[in-house]
Structures are given as C-alpha cells and as structure tokens.
Design a protein around this ligand. Structure first.
Ligand SMILES: [Zn+2]
Length: 246
C-alpha cells in the first residue's frame, strides 16, 4: 500500500495522461496518449525480433539448434506482433467488441507461449540431468494449461492470472539453475529482474501515467537480455562444447 501511495500521480500535473483507476472487475481505459504509447512500445520491437531470430537460425549448425531457433523466434516475434495488433485494435477499433475481446485473450495466451519459447533453447541445447530434462516438455504443458485458463477465466481473477505468469516464469528456472554449465545464468536472472520490475507497472494502470507502455518496455528489456544470452552462450561457435552431445 505504501508503494501504491508513493506512486500515485493522480494529483499531479501528469494525471492528464491517464484515466482513473477502475474496480477489479472492470478494464482500465487508456487515454489516447497511452494507447499510442502501448502500440509504439511493442511495434518498435517487431523488426529487431525478426532479424534477431533469423540470425539465430543462420547461426544454427545442427537440427536441434535450428528447431530451437524457430521455436524461440516464433515466440519472440509472436509476442510483439500479437501485442501490437491487440493494442492497435483496442485503440482504433474498440467498437468491434468481440474482436477486441478475443485479441485481448490472445495477447494474454501468447505470454505463456513466449515464456515457454524463451526457455526452449536452454532446455533443448544444454545438458540437463535425467529429471531436469523433463522440463523440456513440461513447459509446453504449463503453457497449454495457462492458455486454457485464459480461455475460461480471462480477467475473472486478475491476481490468479498474475500468479500463473509468475509460476510459469520461475518454475523452469529451477532447472536452469541446476545446469552443470552455468554460462548465461547471470543474464537470465537479469532478464527475470526486468520482468519482475515490469510487473509493478503492469498492475499500475491509472496510478502511473503510461504504466502499461512502461510494462511493455520492461518486457522488451527482459526479452533483449535473454536474446543476448541465447545468442552468446548457445549459438556462438565458441560455445559448441557446452551443448548436448547428440
Ligand atoms: Zn500490452
């Protein structure tokens, strides 16, 4: 509560950039400024994520690397593309209620697959213990369960939704932390910290101007840090020895 009071901009001159908070069962309505920022902050990353994913694809020198580059690239680009489409429709075509509602669900579902896809290169390309190796498929089960949850309970229990993302985000990290090869752990944790800080803004609509756009930026920083780690430790030629012997 102290934090929320500290972050209350409603009585400042910046309040014109945002609307009032809404009750838990309603959806926050961004201002025009916020709508524009929400679109821009994810649209900007679409091309870099396509280029970055292609780069991993071209650096791949075996089947598993290629598959992992596709999965990861699909998750990374998908996140920014879906988010940009959703925010654009939500801004300009709000009257298309059903479309907007479905896209909002889709935007939330993609996050689960994005998290699974972010872990995929580590789980697929690094040596893991016999138990830890099961995480390779468990992450996809978790993403599917999250998706089903969104389908049935979208926006119904917002705190549960947030908790699901936190579990999905951190549970596979237990396996990553137990990898014999620890290269890249620091970058992975740094990315995780970005996401965690971002969540403060994710929950601050109507309390901080541009809160959702700031959340988007934290997501981009987290994703960028994770991309760097994947590129450097899993796809650069000098890390060949750290891969699973196939
Ligand atoms: Zn968004």
């Amino acid at each position: 509560m102290f934090v929320s009071r500290l972050l209350d901009f409603q009585k400042t001159k910046y309040a014109r950039f945002m609307n009032h908070r809404v009750p838990a069962n309603k959806r926050y309505q961004p201002t025009e400024y916020e709508h524009a920022a929400n679109c821009a902050t994810h649209a900007f990353w679409i091309i870099p994520s396509i280029l970055g994913s292609s780069n991993l694809y071209f650096l791949s020198d075996d089947d598993w690397e290629t598959i992992s580059a596709w999965i990861y690239g699909f998750g990374l680009c998908g996140l920014f593309v879906v988010s940009t489409i959703f925010h654009t429709i939500s801004w300009k075509k709000r009257h298309l209620r059903m479309v907007e509602h479905c896209l909002h669900m889709f935007d939330r579902m993609v996050i689960y697959f994005f998290i699974a896809a972010s872990y995929a290169p580590w789980l697929n390309l690094r040596e893991l213990g016999p138990w830890a190796a099961h995480m390779r498929w468990i992450v996809w089960i978790m993403a599917s369960v999250g998706t089903i949850y969104v389908f049935f309970f979208h926006e119904r229990y917002k705190l549960v939704e947030l908790l699901c993302y936190v579990v999905m985000g951190f549970f596979p990290a237990l396996v990553i932390l137990s990898m014999p090869n620890t290269d890249g752990i620091l970058e992975l944790m740094t990315g995780g910290v970005f996401y965690c800080f971002g969540m403060v803004f994710f929950k601050s609509d109507g309390r901080i101007p541009f809160a959702h756009a700031i959340w988007h930026l934290f997501v981009a920083f987290g994703a960028g840090t994770h991309y760097y780690a994947i590129w450097r430790y899993l796809y650069q030629p000098n890390t060949l020895e750290s891969k699973v012997s196939k």
